[in-house]
Every structure is written in C-alpha cells, then in structure tokens.
Design a protein around this ligand. Structure first.
Ligand code: 1HE
Length: 267
C-alpha cells in the first residue's frame, strides 16, 4: 500500500499528479503521450489516492493532461493476460472506481477530447461530470474483441439506459459533447479550456456543504435509489433525522432564520 508523501497525498505513479487547493484536491491523469491510457499502476494509484485523502480535503477534481481525458484501458498490457488474470484485473478496476463513487468526498470529473472505454468508466464513477465541447464518448470494446471491465455495465445503464449502451457497444457509435449532455453523460457543458476552472468552482461549492449531507448524498441516496420503496422511505427518514439532529444543521438553520444564511436564487 502506498505511503503518504510530504503533501499528505499517498505516493503516486508518474502517470498521476495531485495538488491541493484549500479544501479541494486536484488529481491529474498525466500520461498525455499515451493519451492517458490507464495501465495497472495508474489504476492502483487512483485507488490509493481516493482511499487515502489527506484530512481536510472535502472534494476532488479529476481531469486529464493533454488533448484527451483518457483513451481507456492500456491496450498494451492486455495481450498476455489469461482468463483468471483478466477477472482479477477487472476486479482491481472495480475496487479503484468504487473508491471514487463510495469514497469519503464527492468527485468532479472534467472531460475533454476522448472519453472512451475505461476512460468513460472512470468518468462514470465521479459524482459530477463537466464536459468541454471537445469531449466525445465511445465504447470501442466491441471492435477490439473485448468487453467493458471497469464497471460500465453497472454505472452506464444508470446514466443513459441499457439501449444506448448496447448501441454504443454494438455499432461503435460516438457521442459528441452536446449529444452526451443531452443523454445525461455530463451535467455541465462548457467551452474548451473552461472545464478545470468550472470543476474547481463546483468542488469549492460542494466543500461548503455540511459533511453529513455530502455523506448522505454519496452513500445513502444511491442505496435508497436501488432499494424497494418502503425500505427507501424508511432509510430516508432515518437519514433525514440524523442530519437534522446534527449541530451543523442546527447552526445553519439558525443562521438562515436570523438572516445570515444565503438565499436560494435562480441558476
Ligand atoms: C494507447 C492507447 C490505449 C493511445 N492503450 N496505448 N481504447 C481505445 O480503443 C482507444 C484507442 N486510442 C485511440 O483511439 C486514439 O489513440 C485516440 C483517439 C484516443 C487519440 O488519438 P491520437 O491520434 O491523438 O493519438 P495516437 O497516435 O493514436 O496515440 C498516441 C500514443 O498513445 C500511441 O503510442 P505511440 O507509442 O505510438 O506514440 C498510441 O499507441 C498510444 N495509445 N491509446 C495503449 N488505449 C477495464 S476494461 C476497459 C476497456 C477499454 O478501455 S477498451 C478501449 C481502449
């Protein structure tokens, strides 16, 4: 397991860099010469980063250096793997991306250029996706004779539906940034070069929420959404009561009632 460096982040491979900006951590895929293709050390580095975030970090921004977010799985590492090693490899990706989706803090992914194969699987594990207009999405596994292995079968149908994912995999269809936004692959669409600033702004806003609310949004809401309605309503009531009973909620509600809280204004 990686050990923390002076910055408080775990030691990362050369393909990743981490930077701290106040309460926000920025993780950069830094292998542009290979279009940020995801090799094993990068996947393990992503897992280490998200499981060992320094204290005080309240949100993460994930983006890619160079012209593309990520070209997906490093195809160079694939050729020699047998079936058992293939299962293990996929399970390693699942662990790493679960560390994002069910991590301690919300993650904002900033997408540009190719967001393909495993790159799209990585993006799908984040909680917020910002697409620059250069972004495009594809699942080229079909043409490579392989299958998604980084969680796409679970996460993508929940974003865009089984039918669209089948189309992407069967026909090799690419969605551009505008169409990706329309079908729900991204939450925000911004001009080229504007994604990182937008990501940091959103992450800073996320960091101002009460930690218990962010915990509920990350860990309770998705479980409720997958459960039967009766269990879901019960879990929601319990979570609502826990959040409401916290000192943080009491202080924030008092602030609003005494005219110190923010007003909710149109977007
Ligand atoms: C790579 C990879 C890669 C680039 N693995 N080395 N992913 C794909 O099928 C996408 C494959 N990549 C591409 O389609 C293109 O590279 C891009 C459209 C992303 C970018 O094109 P371009 O013209 O900017 O770059 P390039 O010249 O194609 O690539 C530059 C270098 O990156 C080159 O290496 P070089 O040593 O010859 O300079 C490429 O070989 C290398 N490169 N992409 C390895 N993916 C858990 S299961 C997930 C399954 C999947 O993700 S399948 C999808 C795989």
């Amino acid at each position: 397991m990686a050990t923390p460096s002076k910055s408080g982040f775990p030691k990362l491979p050369a393909s990743l860099t981490a930077e701290r900006r106040g309460e926000v951590a920025i993780l950069t895929l830094k292998r542009p010469q290979k279009r940020n293709a995801l090799d094993d050390v990068t996947i393990l580095g992503i897992e280490a980063f998200f499981t060992m975030l320094p204290a005080g970090i309240k949100a993460v921004v994930l983006h890619g250096a160079g012209e593309h977010f990520s070209a997906g799985l490093d195809l160079g590492e694939l050729t020699e793997r047998n079936v058992a090693a293939g299962v293990e490899h996929s399970r390693m990706w699942h662990r790493a991306f679960d560390a994002i989706q069910f991590g301690r803090v919300p993650a904002v992914a900033v997408l540009h250029g190719a967001v393909v194969g495993g790159g799209l699987e990585l993006a799908a594990a984040a909680h917020i996706r910002i697409a620059e207009r250069s972004a495009y999405y594809a699942l080229p596994e079909g043409s490579r004779g392989i299958y998604v292995g980084g969680g796409a079968s679970v996460r993508l149908p929940r974003l865009i539906g089984v039918a669209r994912m089948q189309d992407m995999m069967l026909t090799g269809r690419s969605y551009d940034a505008a169409d990706g936004q329309a079908i729900g692959l991204s939450h925000y669409l911004v001009e080229p070069g504007a994604g990182l600033a937008k990501g940091i702004t959103l992450a800073e806003r996320i960091a101002t929420n009460a930690p218990l609310t962010n915990f509920a949004v990350l860990h309770v809401l998705p479980r409720i959404a997958e459960s039967d309605p009766a269990s879901g309503y019960l879990a929601e009531s319990l979570m609502a009561a826990i959040a409401q009973g916290s000192d943080e909620a009491k202080a924030r509600l008092k602030d609003f009632l005494e005219k110190r809280g923010n007003k909710v204004l149109p977007g």
